[in-house]
Design a protein around this ligand. Structure first.
Ligand code: CAA
Length: 259
């Protein structure tokens, strides 16, 4: 499917790569881009060959936020009536395969929020994260006030949301927002290596692991542990559980069927 605001490709026959591509606007997120991102994610999620998805931007910007030139024309009645954000930014949440954000340059406002909707973030050394919406007279609108404190704690989240300051890659790693920081010229290699590792894992276990970790952010401990236990039990009905354990005991590589 041809996209105007994305570059989409497959790597190693098993990883879907989606690069946001509005370079003149530093990948500012407008409706067309978010519609296309949702469609590309859905297509990879439905493709049996694909085991992991990488979302990235350019070396200068992952995304500099929601498109301000569009938002400036909106009134309350426009955004409320059309369900701005809710209408087409939630697609990432419904993707069941693991999604890695490979972030270089600016990840601001909605850009930081899209990165946080992914399952984990690998950052280049030049990455800068921020929620500067307050300077525009608004607040983060795509989950930033909820996911940022869960990722980095209340104090740092308040600091960023209230002062609009940016956090560099090193601070983001120390704070737990990103899982690793790598040199800019190694960003895609690292993200693809991680994605291929994940794609080679038993698919159902990877999907269940993602679902269960995400549950930690949406439920109390008892509910979360109960949910995990049910998924853990369910995986004993899969071919890959049988194969993985037999292969370990026979000291041979496992041949997963992703069933
Ligand atoms: N929307 C629309 N256009 C944007 C944009 C955005 N969020 N961010 C950058 N651009 C455009 C600029 O207007 C500029 O366009 P022109 O060349 O036509 O003038 C182009 O991208 C390059 O930007 P700059 O010249 O500003 O580049 P810079 O290197 O000097 O600065 C920057 C980079 C610090 C990222 C700066 O562009 C900036 O502060 N951008 C806005 C960041 C922001 O406020 N994001 C939050 C948006 S609100 C939001 O996201 C709501 C939500 O929660 C969903």
């Amino acid at each position: 499917m041809p996209y105007e605001t994305l570059q989409v490709r497959t790597e190693a026959g098993k990883v879907g790569v989606i690069a946001l591509n509005r370079p003149k606007q530093l990948n500012a997120l407008n409706d067309q881009l978010m519609d296309e991102l949702g469609a590309a994610l859905k297509a990879f999620d439905a493709d049996d060959a694909i085991g992991c998805i990488v979302v990235t931007g350019s070396e200068k910007a992952f995304a500099a936020g929601a498109d301000i030139s569009v938002m400036t024309k909106y009134s309350f009645s426009d955004v409320f009536r059309t369900e701005y954000i809710s209408r087409n930014w939630e697609a990432l949440r419904s993707v069941r395969k693991p999604v890695i954000a490979a972030v270089a340059g600016f990840a601001l406002g909605g850009g930081c929020e899209v990165a946080m909707m992914c399952d984990f973030i690998i950052a280049a050394e030049n990455a800068k994260f921020g929620q500067p919406e307050i300077k525009l007279g608004i607040i983060p609108g795509a989950g930033g006030t909820q996911r940022l404190p869960r990722a980095i704690g209340k104090s740092k989240a308040m600091d960023m949301v209230l002062t609009s300051r940016m956090m560099d890659a090193q601070e983001a790693e120390r704070a737990g927002l990103v899982s690793r920081v790598v040199p800019l010229d190694k960003l895609m290699d690292e993200a693809l290596a991680a994605a291929i590792t994940i794609a080679d894992m038993p698919r159902l276990a990877a999907m269940a692991a993602k679902e269960s970790v995400n549950r930690a952010f949406e439920s109390g401990l008892s509910d979360g542990v109960w949910y995990e236990r049910r998924l853990f039990h369910a995986l004993f009905s899969t071919a890959d559980q049988e194969e993985g354990m037999e292969a370990f005991l026979a000291k041979r590589p496992a041949q997963f069927s992703h069933r």
